[in-house]
Design a protein around this ligand. Structure first.
Ligand code: 6PG
Length: 228
């Protein structure tokens, strides 16, 4: 299925509208909206507006597509960014937020996270946890989540969450795998930097040289919301 490419002149508003629409459908159909947050800087403004959107947060389950191997109060933590922009402002119940523990051994943190997702998947009779909406960003090198070019996690075909050593940072990350991303009902890339136009064009066309291109090739409903 070809990805949906949306050029928006109101990127933040349109991103929140897309999330809210998916939430309404999921809650109506299954009583729960399972949303995965992406990290980095792009989503900050989206999360800040989402916090004021009035979603029924007690019916929302939040996961993280990846995390740096740092404590949750580190300025590098994706959890901290989400806590400051969304989680605290929206008063989302703590039990609804599945934090990747970046402060412990990466492999242990990945296994622990997989177990949390598997417990929920079992409740829904799913072989693998199915997000209703999985948000992703893209880097200049075409990475997404912490699936960086040339790293071992790209080859994972069974597991949902793995520790991934990223040579360019000389550090591990914890990341969703392609199988878990592909299980989502909908995936949406959020990109608001015109400098990424070329890598977005190639990845959204399914160029397998880029990890983000692999997402397009393997997922069903993929959207690209572009603020340029
Ligand atoms: C991370 C993200 C990563 C991010 C892209 C884009 O942990 O950094 O998960 O995949 O989405 O690198 O980041 P920016 O939005 O900051 O450009």
């Amino acid at each position: 299925m070809e990805p949906e490419i949306v050029h928006s002149s109101s990127f933040v508003v349109d991103a929140v509208a897309l999330i809210a629409a998916e939430a309404e459908t999921a809650i109506a159909e299954r009583g729960l909206f399972r949303l995965s947050l992406c990290g980095g800087n792009t989503p900050r403004s989206v999360y800040a507006l989402l916090a004021r959107s009035g979603l029924p947060w007690d019916r929302v389950q939040i996961t993280f597509g990846d995390e740096r191997c740092v404590p949750p109060d580190s300025d590098q933590s994706n959890f901290r960014m989400a806590r400051e922009t969304l989680l605290e402002s929206a008063a989302i119940p703590a039990e609804n937020v599945f934090r990747m523990r970046g402060e412990i051994d990466p492999k242990e943190a990945a296994r622990e996270y997989e177990a949390k997702l598997a417990a929920v998947a079992a409740r829904f009779g799913e072989a693998r946890y199915r997000h209703d909406l999985l948000l992703l960003g893209i880097g200049d090198d075409g990475h997404t989540a912490s699936l960086f070019p040339g790293t071992s996690a790209l080859e994972e075909t069974e597991r949902d969450v793995v520790a991934n050593f990223v040579p360019k940072f000389d550090a591990h990350r914890i990341t969703f795998t392609f199988p878990l991303i592909a299980a989502a009902r909908r995936v949406c890339f959020l990109v608001n930097d015109p400098a990424k136009e070329e890598v977005v064009r190639k990845a959204s066309a399914g160029d397998l040289r880029y990890p983000s291109g692999r997402v397009c090739a393997e997922c069903g409903r993929v959207a690209w919301l572009l603020g340029f």
